[in-house]
Ligand binder design. Structure first.
Ligand code: ADP
Ligand code: ZN
Length: 735
């Protein structure tokens, strides 16, 4: 594709000079604004245009015919049409749908689509040198010959590259230009290498082949949602690669959402092995230039496969034919800030709007997805066992009340013995604890003072490696004090409870020869660091990884045979309705890292609650029983997915004003059959980044259109401008 699609097709409709059109701008405003198409200009729906707004110029999207009540004579003119492909119809419909559902302004959603404003400008052309034909007569030297030979065999390239590759000085190249042998031309940036669907993949097992065939057929059909359910290592990735291949054969684009792209080093390598080219990547770690190139390549249809974090869902793919959400249960698909959305659910919406299939893959599908499969809304494809046929690792539950670690230590005798055995066999191990830093709480032995964040309802976490106390919510940090800030006692402060760094200290003391690496968001700061970790593990330069949830997904380490879960109870406390489900998913995933190749593995789970259903399900591997019990409990309480929820978080700098606003909202709560409003209550983080926060929770039956109810509720309750209300439909995080 290219320029031909940039000009408006008949179905888009075009507007000539004088026409009144509606433009949506990427700001949190209520709707579109009307403009007049300037003389000599022609635009179509979806075109990116520059418009005057107040005193500034802003880029927006032509949304349709204008319909506002501004006098035609007072309409302002469009300033310019930008040289970018129009926003596809499905993307426009998606913006509106997401805005209506999440109860946010369409402009706020459009802003997520237009995340790289510079990509809307014409791409910079590269200045390269090409051979002039016929070449004029000149005096030939060996150096000049080398330059010309390079261009006879290869593509035009920039002067500096040419000089470097031919091993000549810049003056030689300049001389050839001067003599008229070489000519400067401007070229668009090179297109990325295209993934090739016909390269050979693995030979699929019969059950994998069956699933792949169903998905290939699905890619040729319209909207449908498939759940690809199978334990880690069962070949889900190989199977959805076949669906991607089919999408490419049909000339359409594929989008893959992954939880943490920084961890995708192994995924990317597998993709390149299978398709002979890298996919386009989309995640927060990209530089501005890469973002601009990728956005543009996607919008122009030059990028055929995009893999990215949740925000990739808002890329303007013109020819989308498939969406895959891998690890669909992963909490990172939920965005809480700004437009609060769940990328898995919105991926299904995007698929429906574009009439294309979505594949949700997981070893531990969310209860939402399980129920959707049971009721027939989604189609279930089950991959029965690990491809390698190593059985899933047996789980040993350690009851910390009897199998006790020494005082002030955190590894039980059983776990220590397990580590010793793994190291003795030349295997690798993983210790999992979902807590960064050294100690989650620092208190004074003399006066009992606890070091808290001044901006948040939270303790400061000690990070001993850098000698600081940090708030994990707002980033507030200070040098670890020598004396108690409250009573002044010297050396009075002690760290309480374990964090990753403290486990590392214990390991170093117990196993001085073990080579370990700490893997947290503090150490794995980007793809390069993740890649290095993978490499060091694969080359067996490390015996042990001590890590948080950052290592729970996506990795496949053949020599890793032991997984030790230091504290299985960490996620179970607190009022989160999904606490049990999430803990089960996370711990199964972590345990599943053990023994993925020819070496059998085992998992050791330390807990104070051995009878808890989550621990029992892990120990017996009986996921279905756990899910059934969890579903029954939620159904009884009308909790999601059997009921609906919306959260309102009222926030502001002035506590009294926040309380007043929260009470006003509670007073104006909708009185509708089947709808209840709870609160206001202080949010668990009642103070966050210096803002006071109160929560209201709305619960409703499945049939209630919650978004519309919430929209009416807010409209009917005027609040001062100093108060911010964050709306979260289907909340996942109750902070
Ligand atoms: P999942 O996505 O379910 O965790 P993967 O697709 O990553 O499973 O497969 C796990 C490992 O097994 C990968 O290294 C993959 O290449 C390999 N594998 C899966 N199926 C096959 C197969 N049919 N033939 C050869 N290797 C396979
Ligand atoms: Zn803080």
């Amino acid at each position: 594709m290219g320029e031909s699609q940039v000009s408006a097709g008949p179905q888009r409709g075009t507007y000539g000079p004088g026409a009144r059109i509606a433009v949506l701008v990427p700001l949190p405003l209520a709707g579109t604004y009307d403009y007049r198409v300037a003389d000599g200009m022609e635009v179509g729906v979806g075109d990116f245009v520059e418009v005057p707004l107040g005193r500034r110029q802003i880029v927006g999207v032509v949304w349709g015919p204008g319909g506002g009540d501004v006098d035609a004579g007072r309409l302002r003119d469009l300033s310019a049409r930008l040289p970018a492909p129009p926003l596809p119809e499905a993307s426009r419909a998606f913006v509106e749908w997401v805005a209506a559902y999440t109860v946010h302004a369409p402009g706020s959603v459009l802003r997520m689509v237009m995340s790289v404003p510079s990509a809307l400008m014409a791409p910079r052309l590269a200045r390269v040198l090409a051979l002039e034909a016929p070449a004029p007569e000149i005096r030939w030297t060996a150096a000049r010959r080398r330059v010309v030979d390079l261009l006879i065999d290869g593509p035009p390239r920039p002067a500096n590259e040419l000089a470097q590759e031919a091993a000549v000085g810049p003056s030689v190249v300049a001389g050839l230009v001067h003599a008229g042998v070489l000519r400067a031309v401007e070229l668009p940036p090179p297109s990325p290498d295209q993934p090739d669907p016909e390269r050979f993949g693995v030979r699929l097992s019969p059950s994998q082949a069956e699933a792949a065939e169903i998905l290939r057929t699905a890619v040729r059909g319209g909207f449908a949602v498939y759940v690809l359910d199978g334990v880690a290592g069962s070949g889900k990735t190989e199977v959805y690669f076949e669906a991607i291949a089919e999408t490419l054969r049909l000339g359409r684009q594929a989008l893959v959402l992954l939880p943490e792209i920084a961890l995708g080093a192994q995924w990317l390598r597998r993709f390149s092995d299978r398709f002979g080219a890298a996919p386009a990547e989309w995640h927060s770690d990209l530089g501005v230039g890469e973002r601009r190139r990728t956005w543009r390549a996607v919008a122009e249809g030059r990028a055929r496969v995009v893999v990215g974090a949740r925000s990739a869902l808002f890329l303007p793919c013109p020819e989308l034919g498939l969406i895959v959400v891998d690890e669909e249960h992963d909490p990172s698909f939920k965005q809480d800030d700004g437009v609060a959305y769940h990328a898995r659910d919105m991926a299904v919406v995007r698929a429906r709007l574009g009439q294309l299939p979505a594949i949700l893959a997981s070893a531990t599908p969310s209860l939402e997805t399980v129920v959707n499969a049971q009721t027939g809304r989604y189609r279930l494809l089950h991959l029965p066992d690990r491809h390698t046929r190593t059985p899933p690792p047996p789980v040993t539950v350690v009851d910390l009340r009897s199998d006790r670690p020494p005082t002030g230590r955190y590894l039980s005798p059983t776990l220590r013995a397990g580590l010793a055995e793994a190291f003795a066999k030349g295997s690798q191990a993983l210790l999992f604890l979902n807590r960064r830093g050294y100690a989650p709480l620092t208190l004074c032995r003399a006066c009992g003072f606890r070091v808290c964040c001044p901006n948040c309802t939270a303790w400061l976490v000690e990070h001993r490696m850098i000698g600081r106390l940090q708030c994990h919510h707002c980033g507030h940090s200070l040098k670890t004090p020598d004396r108690c800030p409250s009573c002044g006692q010297d050396d009075g402060l002690v760290g309480c409870g374990p964090g990753i760094e403290r486990i590392a200290e214990e390991v170093a003391e117990q196993f001085p020869d073990a080579r370990y690496a700490i893997a947290t968001s503090d150490t794995l700061t980007g793809p390069a660091a993740a890649k290095l970790l993978v490499q060091r593990m694969e080359e067996h330069q490390i015996d042990l990884i001590i890590g948080t949830q950052i290592v729970a997904k996506g990795y496949h380490f053949p020599l890793l045979t032991l997984v030790g879960i230091v504290d299985a109870d960490l996620g179970l406390s607190g009022g989160d309705l999904r606490a049990a489900e999430r803990t089960f998913q996370l711990l199964s995933q972590v345990a599943g890292r053990a023994g993925r190749a020819d070496r059998p593995g085992r998992a050791i789970v330390q807990t104070h609650l051995p009878e808890h259903p989550v621990i029992a399900a892990l120990a017996t591997g009986n996921r279905e029983a756990f899910l059934a019990a969890e579903a029954a409990a939620r159904q009884e309480a009308w909790l999601p997915p059997f009921g609906r929820m919306a959260a309102l978080i009222v926030a502001g700098a002035d506590e009294a004003a926040v309380d007043k606003a929260a009470r006003a909202l509670a007073g104006g709560a909708p009185r509708i059959e089947g709808v209840r409003v709870w609160g206001p209550a202080p949010a668990p983080l009642a103070l966050l980044r210096g803002r006071h926060r109160r929560r209201l929770l709305l619960t409703a039956g499945r049939a209630v259109a919650v978004s519309a109810v919430v929209r009416r509720w807010l409209r009917s309750t005027p609040l001062p401008r100093s108060i911010h209300v964050q709306i979260d439909i289907d909340p996942y995080n109750f902070l």
